[in-house]
Design a binder for this molecule. Structure first.
Ligand code: FAD
Length: 478
């Protein structure tokens, strides 16, 4: 039995750079076994679009490990059992991993620690997927932050210069003769293939994540404050969210690169870089909230909303999911999501507000749909943001701030180019009419080949009436 073997258990940290668990194992042990465990019966099932991403991300991780002289081992089953078995099989004296902070993962980690301890195998866990550990960010009175601005202020103060662990050049090899499944055998890809839209829209893996960061720093960062709300622009936002979710890049790598770049900037451009760093802190804030309020994915943080008459579904839900509501910016967003597995943040807020406040549907129904269709579906970010839109979360948008989808479209997609891309049946309408085709004069519609109610749906609700109804329900709460 070798004392010098360590297992590195990969989860949402599918990278070699800035991977503390991997770096420590590579430094301290003669043999290192990189392992991914797929547990189909896990408490939290990952969504369909995320599974597609995971498949490609694992292939990419395996290729990077092979370039470094190693490879990825794959097993299926309950990680508690698999880690115990495989450490016995290989004589490993340690299992290392980067911490996750989701409720089910925390519980799993505790079970693994107990099981490894009973076999006298060292359980080594490291900070990996956040800028600050959730227990580090607390108010002076030791309670968790519920308001973003002071949370961000204290995080900026604590963070300062962020240290990155570099990518190991050559990794120790794995012990010989260890059994492994293939990534294909995990059956993450759908049997009826609908996933082309995702693979066409994205490059997946650690190298792609690093390229996206470099491209964004070059083309998007300086004007981020203005461009981040314009969904028609390619480089207005970083599109790093799925890479971050799967840990193909760490928030520390992004923070370090952006703060380095910010030092070269001044005035509005430096301020834009700060706005971007604050968005990364919204990610932190959501994980911090989930850690302290583990029921956030299911229950409103503001208890008075327990009595809101949410409708879990109604006849309009399908139109929303399919992008057939007759509100072009909503439909463009929902179709972008369906086709590419991602939606621009401004549009996520618009479609969320529309589902909850125009259609009267429960925020959890939207959360579930996003969970299944987003490639960046993240328990903390998804639930915090749905509660933010619904007005029932910590530091949420007030319920009475109800987006008018038509004026939001006009404001943030003034030329209608985003709508043209995802709602091609409206592509020939001039910008003036593209946000409300039903109001366009007959000759304009005819020229553009649009027949409201036939080639494109009429609005499924009257926004003013729906808004008034939502506000009445809200007032009853108070
Ligand atoms: P950028 O604008 O480039 O921002 C950089 C990073 O900051 C993002 O990658 C993300 O990690 C973080 N960030 C930005 N905005 C937010 C925010 N509002 N909340 C938390 N973190 C943020 N994001 C997810 O990653 N997963 C989700 O499941 C998710 N669900 C959402 C659901 C709703 C209803 C809404 C309104 C937002 C949701 N978001 C979610 C937040 C946000 O929309 C995405 O993070 C962002 O659109 C990703 O694009 P980007 O990487 O180009 O962002």
């Amino acid at each position: 039995m070798s004392k010098s073997t360590a297992i590195v258990w990969f989860r949402n940290d599918l990278r070699l750079a800035d991977n503390l668990a991997l770096a420590e194992a590579a430094k301290e042990f003669d043999k290192v076994l990189p392992l991914f465990i797929w547990w189909p019966k896990a408490q939290v099932h990952i969504g369909s679009a995320s599974k597609v991403w995971l498949h490609h991300s694992l292939l990419s991780l395996d290729a990077s490990l092979q370039n470094a002289g190693s490879r990825l081992f794959v097993r299926t089953g309950n990680p508690v059992k698999v880690l115990k078995e495989i450490s016995k099989e290989t004589g490993a004296s340690a299992v290392f991993w980067n911490r996750s902070y989701e409720p089910a993962e925390l519980q799993l980690e505790d079970e693994i620690k107990a099981s490894l301890n009973s076999s006298r195998v060292l359980a080594g866990h490291f900070a990996g997927n956040l800028l600050l550990e959730p227990w580090e960010a607390r108010k002076k009175n030791n309670t968790p932050y519920l308001v973003f601005t002071p949370f961000a202020k204290s995080s900026f103060e604590k963070l300062g210069q962020v240290h990155i662990v570099s990518k190991p050049g050559n990794l120790p090899t794995a012990p010989r003769g260890v059994r492994t499944g293939t990534i294909g055998s995990l059956e993450l890809l759908p049997t009826v293939r609908w996933d082309n839209g995702i693979t066409d829209a994205w490059q997946i893996g650690e190298d792609a994540a690093e390229r996206s960061l470099r491209r964004f720093i070059k083309n998007g960062l300086r004007n981020y404050d203005e461009t981040r709300n314009l969904p028609a622009l390619d480089d207005g936002v970083s599109r790093l969210s799925p890479h971050l979710h799967f840990g193909e890049i760490s928030p520390r790598q992004i923070w370090a690169a952006v703060t380095r770049e910010r030092e070269k900037l001044s005035g509005k451009e430096a301020a834009s870089a700060t706005v971007f760093l604050k968005e990364l802190l919204w990610r932190e804030f959501s994980h911090h909230l989930l850690y302290h309020f583990p029921t956030m994915p299911e229950l409103e943080l503001r208890e008075e909303f327990d009595y809101y008459p949410w409708d879990s579904a109604n006849e309009y839900l399908r139109a929303w999911q399919k992008g057939l509501t007759g509100f072009p910016i909503v439909d463009a967003g929902m179709r972008q999501l369906w086709q590419t597995g991602w939606m621009h943040n401004r549009v996520r807020m618009i479609v969320g507000s529309f589902l909850i406040k125009d259609l009267g549907i429960d925020w959890r129904t939207g959360e579930e749909w996003f969970w299944d269709t987003l490639v960046d579906a993240d328990l903390a970010q998804n639930s915090m943001n749905w509660q933010w839109v619904a007005g029932c979360g910590a530091d949420a948008s007030p319920f009475f701030r109800i987006f008018n989808p038509t004026s939001q479209g006009k404001k943030f997609d003034p030329e209608g180019n985003y709508i043209r891309k995802y709602v091609p049946e409206l592509a020939k309408l001039p910008a003036k009419w593209i946000h409300a085709p039903q109001d366009a004069p007959a000759e304009v519609l005819q020229k553009a080949g649009v027949a409201p109610g036939d080639t494109y749906p009429l609005p499924i609700v009257d926004h003013a009436t729906a808004r008034a109804e939502s506000l009445r329900n809200y007032k009853r709460l108070r």
